[in-house]
Write a protein that binds this ligand. Structure first.
Ligand code: PLP
Length: 429
């Protein structure tokens, strides 16, 4: 369930009267000398412990895959078939169209982008770098800062569209791609988006994969980072964009990324790329110059650890038990402290790693500053926008996964005080 950012109300002038009281509250907060961190969506140590058994797998003498391959050796560029089968089922794609690679799906996104720039993609007219003028990617906002950073690093122009509770604003996207061939791609996080927790609806997915595009080689970077990361018992099934794109006659439009970074170990997981047969062949061909094969030992230990897709689901239920109370604490403290003040609106996500808060326009950076000075580190204001620039200075991304539950509570109470104080300062100004 998410609250539309458009519902954010204007700051109540009565808040100005609370300024002295809120200044006192803030001074008391500062006096506590806290040192808390709600910045990055990392799994907590308790979550990492759920996968501790991986450290003793596959174990000495256990180095043969189901098909008889010695995983210690070179080769097997597409990744271990038994692990690909497990994730093909979870991601709803044919195993042949899914590659399993080393840790960090971000690296696969970066590689796809670099390959497109250097060599072009199937169905295109050559390297994206050969286009006249800069190429453009559409960035739904608020979004994931590292997507934007890839574009910035590679000199790709970014244009924004708003997020909606059903994913990127599909009509705004369709309008941007219709006539401008420099628009080569769209970032999308289809399941429990970073940061607003939204899920792309079937209708939006259909629109995105079927809309006419001026660029014949348009790509959707469908970053399914949170495909299995549910916070409730309901396991949301995201629209199958690869299948829908094929049905719509645009089989090569979607590149899907995923990983076990927030399933097993964030620093030692397995990443996945799924797409059309032509895109998989394209990626693999260039990959073959870069690597003789992925870390199959890690892939074997992951396959043994999970057993099957049901094993992954059962494992994710254990993450949920740890994470759900932290998200519940964030949402309940925001409701208790800010509920009827009009100072903020926030999301109440059914999965993923973040809560997105819209504060009084013009106060997000002040809130982050106040929190920082009280020992509560928040993601910098603006991080959810290209170039770190939130035009309304109102969005803040909260990441409650890492600290223990009691620290999440203390931090959120402090953050609420900062949000109220910043709004009161604004009302009094
Ligand atoms: N994609 C999204 C939307 C994320 O939020 C994150 C991590 O926060 C990643 C990708 C990183 O994935 P990986 O660890 O597989 O590189």
């Amino acid at each position: 369930v998410s609250i539309s950012p458009d519902q954010a109300t204007a700051v109540d002038p009565a808040l100005a009267a609370r300024l002295p009281e809120l200044r006192e509250q803030y001074a008391a907060l500062q006096a506590r000398g806290l040192s808390l961190d709600l910045t990055r969506g990392k799994p907590s140590a308790e979550q990492l412990d759920l996968s501790e058994e991986l450290l003793s797998l596959p174990g000495a003498g256990n180095h043969t895959s189901a098909s008889g391959t010695d995983v210690r050796n070179y080769g097997g560029l597409a990744g271990l078939p038994e692990l690909r089968e497990i994730f093909a089922e979870l991601l709803g794609v044919p195993t042949e169209q899914l590659l399993a690679q080393d840790n960090a799906s971000l690296r696969l996104m970066y590689d796809c982008m670099v390959q497109a720039i250097l060599f072009g993609v199937p169905g295109g007219d050559g390297p994206w770098s050969a286009a006249e003028g800069p190429i453009t990617f559409i960035c739904p906002v608020p979004g994931y800062d590292r997507h934007f950073a890839i574009c910035e690093e590679l000199g790709i122009r970014m244009v924004t569209v708003p997020m909606t509770p059903d994913g990127p604003d599909a009509e705004a996207v369709a309008a941007l791609v219709a006539d401008d061939p420099s628009v080569k791609g769209l970032w999308a996080v289809p399941t429990y988006a970073n940061p607003d927790g939204s899920v792309v609806s079937e209708a939006v997915a259909r629109r995105l994969v079927s809309m006419p595009t001026a660029a014949g080689d348009f790509r959707i970077f469908w970053d399914n980072a949170y495909a299995v990361h549910h916070l409730t018992e309901h396991e949301t099934k995201t629209a199958n964009a690869i299948e829908l794109a094929a049905e719509a006659g645009n089989p090569d439009r979607v590149l899907m990324f995923a990983s076990t970074s927030k399933v097993t170990f964030a620093g030692a997981g397995v990443s996945f790329l799924a797409s059309s047969p032509a895109n998989i062949a394209w990626f693999t061909e260039h990959l073959s110059f870069r690597s003789i094969g992925p870390d199959k030992v890690n892939q074997l230990r992951h396959a043994q650890f999970f057993g099957d897709a049901a094993g992954v689901r059962a494992h994710m239920a254990k993450h949920r038990e740890i994470l759900a109370p932290k998200f519940a604490a964030v949402v309940s403290i925001l409701s208790e402290r800010l509920g009827d003040t009009g100072v903020a609106t926030w999301t109440d996500p059914d999965g993923g790693y973040f809560v997105s808060v819209d504060v009084v326009p013009g106060t997000a950076s002040r809130v982050v500053e106040l929190a920082g000075e009280a020992g509560i580190k928040l993601t910098p204001a603006g991080a959810t926008f290209p170039y770190g620039q939130d035009p309304q200075d109102r969005n803040i991304r909260l990441a409650p996964s890492m600290p223990p539950l009691d620290e999440v509570r203390v931090a959120m109470d402090g953050v609420a005080t900062c949000m109220l104080l910043a709004a009161a300062e604004k009302a009094a100004a």
